[in-house]
Design a protein around this ligand. Structure first.
Ligand SMILES: [Zn+2]
Length: 234
């Protein structure tokens, strides 16, 4: 099968460039990584929920500040995995939390994917990552690689801060929103004058984190906020 699109990308982990591209419904990463990530077919126009069709769904109807999010593939929690499912993206997203090289690779994958499938997102003037309590985090490495691949020159990882370190994915729906509101704040470095912002993150579950970040960015002067994420929890 031939590539629908592909790019040659330099990673700090290997001397030779790596090819990242799409064949059929998969993103392929060449040797030495040899990955195949299945692309999610999002039905919801706003959050790419795979089963709910329309302009918004039960997940994203309460997002007030995010325009929309684009996602590469599915993140399948262990308890929902079934035999035969392609879980390579899920595994890599999990492992990238402690592996900057893998986070860099995933940032490049997201960059190539967005460049070819959703180039409109790249008109955002500022790119930022969801902040971690102790930066740099895997999302910072992803955003850095994303900007390298897409040629965005305005990476601003100093806009927001995270004051707590709660594992939001371990919480129930309501606690997740409450905690996201308490933990994320604007930093002193914030200066947005009507620019649009693209937020990079690894996993989207119900969007509490992205929505909180987007609301802070908009209150601080961002005109519009979009999201680009690697995995959508299904
Ligand atoms: Zn939705």
């Amino acid at each position: 099968m031939s590539y629908i699109y592909s790019e040659s990308v330099h990673l700090s982990s290997s001397k030779d460039p790596v090819t990242i591209g799409r064949k059929g419904n998969q993103i392929y990463v060449s040797s030495p990584w040899n990955r195949e990530y299945e692309i999610i077919t999002g039905m919801c126009e706003k959050c790419q929920h795979p089963y709910q069709i329309g302009k918004s769904c039960s997940t994203c109807i309460i997002w007030d500040n995010i325009e929309y999010v684009r996602v590469v593939g599915a993140y399948i929690p262990k308890k929902r995995q079934t035999a035969g499912q392609n879980i390579s993206l899920t595994d890599d997203l999990w492992n990238a939390k402690g592996d900057p090289m893998l986070a860099e690779l995933l940032g490049c994958v997201l960059g190539v994917f967005v460049r070819h499938q959703y180039p409109k997102l790249l008109t955002s003037q500022i790119v930022t990552a969801v902040p971690a309590k102790t930066p740099p985090s895997h999302a910072d490495y992803m955003a850095e690689a994303f900007c390298r691949v897409t040629g965005n020159k305005d990476l601003r990882n100093d806009l927001l801060v995270r004051e707590g370190d709660t594992k939001l994915w371990r919480l129930g729906w309501e606690d997740r929103w409450k905690t996201a509101n308490e933990e994320f704040q604007v930093s002193n470095q914030l200066a947005i004058n009507g620019e649009s912002v693209l937020i990079i993150d690894d996993i989207l579950t119900n969007g509490a984190t992205l929505e909180r970040c987007a609301s802070l960015l908009k209150k601080s002067g961002a005109s519009k906020v979009f999201g680009a994420v690697l995995g959508r929890t299904i």
